[in-house]
Design a protein around this ligand. Structure first.
Ligand SMILES: Cc1ncc(COP(=O)(O)O)c(C=O)c1O
Length: 410
């Protein structure tokens, strides 16, 4: 039976072949990538135990990313809904406006340590690309961002920022022209350029080592939250629900990692995937939709697929959640029943965005709006001593055009 181990970070709970629970993850890579992936694995192993490197990481987390981000009670929303208290960890305050800056900064630091001058990455909502372009600029690296042509059209503000930072956007016209195709194209590029180029995968997906590096980077979010909970309540309260949207799963892992060892009755972990348009069947929700295991981007995970095992095209109003696969760590958390996964539709996310912005000084992007939709759904049914915390992991400035089209907002 699959079991989580206590006292060991989830990023390290895989077997010697890189699989969580014996079946999720792994490293399905072409022969050409064996050496660079092995080099990166060894480098990361060394750096994560190197005091000088950790000091450098912490310096940039504090002085460049601007941690800790705040932890606030949403008094008006709580009052409006009745029931549980609603709080937010405002990760969108981080430099650049989203959690993707943690992973991007760590990858840029690793790239420098490895003596490489070029860095490439994928992006969907544009945040992973924007952050990598920022980190590349900061550390003097040349940067290319792979992005689906459909996402380039719908996430203009982030594309402008990427170009302003001096990075090149490589448009991807294959498949659904979204994140899934951008990751594929980025990996293809890395196969031919791995000698002088480092690759950053924008979420906790891909071959094992990329899942680990990304999870190690975003885990900072829950380290901060743990301290903030202790400072606010003196102790960790007894009824907490940590709600996070799940695309590839990097913000959710980062938000939860310090709390996975706790009993689920004390701290429930709730992941919210993209249900897509109410009337469509193209859900980007591999965990809540009971999909089968498949191989995508070098790893085994639950994947939206057809009967023949071909990857399904997905659809979501949120470019960041519009992805048919998910992190192997979330598959493991699902199968061990440590986390519960559900989804919100496009309409529910839009509704949640409207409600949060109406009552609070918060502007969650469409991704965390999915998490707020679940909070809005469950809060009225819960007691006042229940603490719901939503990771508000992205700012909606990037969604300007979509919000204007769907809600008539400026
Ligand atoms: C603000 C925001 N939240 C969430 C996501 C989803 O990714 P992940 O599940 O890796 O956090 C994205 C992806 O682009 C994003 O930009």
């Amino acid at each position: 039976m699959m079991k989580l181990k206590k006292g060991i970070p989830l990023i390290d709970q895989h077997d010697q072949h890189g699989f969580w629970g014996g079946k999720f993850g792994g490293s399905f890579i072409p022969e050409t990538l064996k050496k660079p992936v092995e080099d990166l694995t060894n480098e990361f192993k060394k750096l994560r135990n190197n005091k000088k490197f950790l000091k450098k990481r912490d310096y940039y987390f504090k002085n460049y990313i601007g941690t800790p981000t705040s932890f606030v009670k949403l008094n008006n929303l709580t009052k409006k809904l009745g029931g549980a208290q609603i709080w937010a960890k405002v990760v969108s305050e981080a430099n650049g406006g989203a959690h993707k800056i943690y992973n991007a900064t760590v990858h840029a630091l690793i790239c420098k340590e490895m003596g490489k001058k070029y860095i490439v990455g994928d992006t969907g909502a544009g945040y992973a690309g924007k952050m990598l372009s920022m980190a590349a600029k900061k550390f003097g690296l040349k940067c290319k961002i792979f992005m689906g042509a459909r996402d380039i059209k719908r996430q203009k503000p982030n594309c402008n920022a990427i170009r302003k930072n001096g990075a090149e956007i490589v448009p991807v016209y294959s498949g659904s022209q979204t994140l899934v195709d951008a990751v594929s194209e980025c990996m293809r590029y890395w196969v031919s350029n791995c000698d002088n180029t480092h690759m950053c995968v924008g979420s906790t997906v891909g071959p094992n080592i990329f899942v680990k590096i990304c999870g190690w980077s975003t885990a900072q979010i829950s380290r901060e939250l743990k301290l903030q909970l202790k400072s606010e309540f003196k102790n960790i309260p007894n009824k907490i629900k940590l709600i996070n949207c799940v695309g590839g799963g990097s913000s959710a892992y980062g938000f939860w990692s310090e709390f996975i060892d706790y009993n689920k009755k004390k701290i429930e972990l709730i992941g919210v995937e993209a249900g897509g348009p109410q009337k469509s069947k193209l859900h980007a929700a591999p965990l809540s939709n009971k999909t089968k295991i498949g191989i995508l981007h070098g790893a085994a995970s639950y994947v939206c697929q057809n009967k023949e095992g071909q990857i399904n095209e997905t659809e979501s109003i949120s470019a960041g959640l519009d992805y048919p696969g998910v992190s192997p760590m979330h598959c493991f958390l699902k199968d061990t029943k440590r986390a519960r996964y559900t989804y919100a539709t496009d309409e529910e996310a839009l509704n949640a965005h409207q409600m949060v912005t109406k009552y609070e000084n918060l502007n969650p992007s469409l991704e965390p709006s999915h998490a707020f939709a679940e909070a809005i759904k469950i809060a009225p049914k819960l007691s006042e001593d229940t603490i719901i915390i939503v990771n508000s992991c992205g700012d909606a400035k990037k969604d300007r055009d979509i919000l204007k089209e769907r809600l008539g907002k400026k």
